[in-house]
Design a protein around this ligand. Structure first.
Ligand SMILES: Cc1cc2nc3c(=O)[nH]c(=O)nc-3n(C[C@H](O)[C@H](O)[C@H](O)COP(=O)(O)O)c2cc1C
Length: 168
């Protein structure tokens, strides 16, 4: 298996998204899946292709389990990997830091010259700013279960269809 999803989730939203992404891409036969809270971060090195998911907490901060492994995460060599990101946030309550944790993880990976894929248009969102935004796009899939939960499944399905050929 060349592809793995790594995610962490405090209340289950990112976990649900990760599981739907997994199903879209062919299930556990095709893509490995790890909850970062289980202490598997070192396994990241074993995969050529990664899908990385986080929610944002505090005011633009990493989710706690990502925070715990962040130093180890920064030591991983991403230079020859293909990496896609997805993030969960709340654009209503945190309009200035919407999905910022996704941007924090992205910065680490992109600064090492990894091939990053899976950008997503900011059209359809009403936040003000985000560390996960580059011009008119988010650097990964943007999900907001607090305010737009009815759009989540369709967004995931569309995104998976777009990245499938590059990530499997
Ligand atoms: C105390 C608190 C702080 C939050 N801070 C942010 C934030 O800075 N930016 C953001 O986009 N979302 C923020 N959120 C929203 C969560 O990221 C969102 O509810 C997400 O779906 C949680 O996903 P999880 O259950 O996978 O952790 C915050 C939520 C709470 C309760």
């Amino acid at each position: 298996m060349a592809t793995a999803i790594f995610y962490a989730s405090s209340t289950g939203n990112t976990q649900r998204a990760a599981e739907r992404i997994l199903e879209n891409l062919g299930g556990k036969e095709v893509v490995a899946i790890y909850n970062v809270a289980d202490g598997n971060i070192a396994k990241m090195s074993e995969y050529e292709k990664l899908i990385i998911g986080t929610s944002t907490w505090g005011d633009g901060d990493l989710q706690d389990d990502w925070e715990d492994v962040f130093e180890e995460f920064k030591k991983i060599d991403f230079s020859n990997k293909t990496v896609a990101f997805f993030g969960l946030g709340d654009q209503e309550e945190y309009p200035d830091e919407f999905l910022s944790a996704m941007g924090t993880l992205y910065e680490v990976v992109a600064s090492q010259g990894a091939q990053t894929i899976g950008g997503w248009s900011i059209a359809g969102y009403y936040h003000d700013s985000s560390k996960a935004q580059d011009g008119e796009n988010f650097i990964g899939l943007a999900l907001d279960d607090d305010n737009q939960s009815d759009e989540t499944n369709e967004r995931i399905d569309t995104w998976c269809e777009r990245i499938r050929s590059q990530i499997i």
